[in-house]
Design a protein around this ligand. Sequence first.
Ligand code: DI6
Ligand code: FE
Length: 420
Amino acid sequence: MADWDTIWINANLATMAGTGMPYGKIENGAIAAKCDRIVWVGSMDALTGKPDTLANHVVDIAGKWVTPGLIDCHTHLVFGGSRASEFEQRLQGVSYEEIARAGGGIVSTMTATREASEEALVRASLPRLSNLIREGCTTVEIKSGYGLEKSAEIKQLSVARTLGESLPVNVQTTFLGAHALPPEFKGRQADYIEQVIEEMMPAVAESGTADAVDAFCESIGFTAAETEAVFKSAQAHDLPVKLHAEQLSDLGGAALAARFGALSADHLEFVSEDSVLAMAAAGTVAVVLPGAFYILRETQLPPIDLFRKHGVDIAIASDFNPGSSPVPSLLLMLNMSCTLFRMTPEEALAGATRNAAKALGLAADRGTLEVGKRADLAIWNIGQPAELAYWAGYNPLHTLIHDGTAIDFDAQLVSPGLAA
Ligand code: DI6
Ligand code: FE
């Protein structure tokens, strides 16, 4: 018996480890796993013996490219219903904010989500998550925020946990109780926040269904002061925070998030340079969401140059949700972050691997091809890593390895069919 379980040889590796080489490239390399961990990464020349003496399984991948499994660090993929009719309204000129203020938007999804059973939500969500996995995702974050009451929020989070147990993927969950004001609290926003803090947060923490806490700090969401109260409560329950900030206006949410050592601030189209500086000092990741920008036909670009200038790590994510980003595709985000936001293909790939791991607090364990990290590998039929951002609407994934084992897509995933 050899010491390692599997070695992939004749591989081109985009390790995404900060080696100084673009993409952390190792051409003509090999990578080995034992159980669920990477135990060796390097060039074929550096192997200390014949591959079949080192590992029990030798897989010759004939020059294909290997990247870390992709990480979608911001989704709302558990929801009931669809919002196709709002899409039609928006195409007629009604804005996202107008729809939200008229009681549609997030609240309409809330109604459908509250009505759906846990089982129905699982059934609706499995093909959505399968779609992300088919494109190379090995970690996906899923938020609540369509329950907006204790039991429905916990239902959404439990569904997310069930999805992670049902499919070959690592699911991270985020409690987003402060997403929108439910109609029964109309005119009583302070009371709702009190309920989030006094009732929901302790129950969510107690249930163990959330890995982090998020809020929607926005003119159509919650104020900075309300967000701060939610963050204090999260801290009291030892839950890390992240924030939907500066998507439609600048309320200073990103700076507030930085003050709480947030893992990430997300959207950020309207963020100021001072807030970017605060994020840099706190190590808060900037998560940009080109799907929502595209679907809402926004024009204010997130300040990628300021993130670069001040050394803020940039992640990209699908923001998959039924309203502003009905787009269960991280590969498309790689393309859009380049075409729409002028990121480089290398920045885009770092945004969907290394920096996305950091945005979830998982940097020690995931996001790069390095010894000791999880053996989550995506093997691609491409000639160079930039192709992952270059193709749009095309999936060059060859094989996906999760925790050291190749996923059998036909047997383990659920067929497409996105309807709820
Ligand atoms: N910002 C978003 O991008 C999603 N939530 C949020 O606060 C959109 C959610 C939705 O429209 O259903
Ligand atoms: Fe979002």
